[in-house]
Design a protein around this ligand. Structure first.
Ligand SMILES: [Zn+2]
Length: 220
């Protein structure tokens, strides 16, 4: 795993972030699985954005994801291992599966998280604050066509800068770190879908301290 996470959610969120399938199926089936993964990311983000689901934290590592329409609720448990959901989709696939409830609980658990996935039209990136997703504002420098990730190009450069500007709230500090952030984080994100939690950002800033520009008043 490319990110160092802390606490009990480390393994759980690691699985979410990598979204790796342990399936031994042939490549074509694996590609289909990954498209389904991106679709689950999209449903999770849109489900939260539209208020179709409510998330309740029952215990530090236990969440309940409830569908507003019919009141159906499933419990998602985080622990030392991979997250476990009680829904039929998760039960069918078993350990290591990332269902939409696991995704929504992970997003709600994070103070801030960045979530990217591919739709039929284009790659989309959201910032999720306390479980509320918004489209990430594109700070455009190199890529008029939008965000990209998984390699070190101009789309990934704009994504690196945009995440840093959003998180740090300071364009100058973000500019200073965007190159190394693209190299160490954005270029390594899985192609289909990913979630970047605050833990991953904090780990990055430990390696590369933020230098905030300080305006010292000039006294003559
Ligand atoms: Zn589920």
């Amino acid at each position: 795993m490319a990110y160092s996470l802390n606490g009990t959610q480390a393994a759980a969120l690691g699985a979410v972030i990598s979204g790796q399938s342990k399936s031994k199926s042939p490549r074509r089936r694996k590609a289909a699985t990954q498209t389904a993964l991106a679709a689950r990311y999209q449903r999770a983000v849109e489900g939260l954005a539209k208020g179709e689901y409510t998330i309740a934290q029952i215990r530090p590592t236990l969440f309940e994801v409830r569908k507003a329409e019919d009141g159906h609720a499933y419990k998602v448990r985080f622990g030392a291992g991979l997250p476990v959901c009680a829904c039929p989709d998760w039960q069918r696939h078993g350990h290591g599966h990332v269902c939409k409830h696991v995704l929504m609980a992970s997003m709600a658990a994070a103070r801030v998280a960045y979530v990217g996935f591919r739709t039929a039209e284009r790659p989309r990136v959201h910032v999720v604050r306390d479980g509320n997703p918004f489209l990430l504002r594109h700070v455009e420098r190199h890529s008029p066509t939008g965000f990209e990730w998984g390699y070190a190009g101009s789309g990934p450069a704009d994504l690196a800068l945009s995440i840093l500007v959003d998180y740090l709230g300071n364009e100058e500090a973000a500019e200073g770190l965007k190159g190394v952030f693209r190299e160490e984080v954005v270029s390594r994100l899985p192609s289909t879908a990913w979630m970047l939690t605050e833990d991953a950002l904090v780990a990055f800033f430990h390696r590369h301290p933020v230098r905030l520009p300080v305006n010292i008043p000039a006294y003559a």
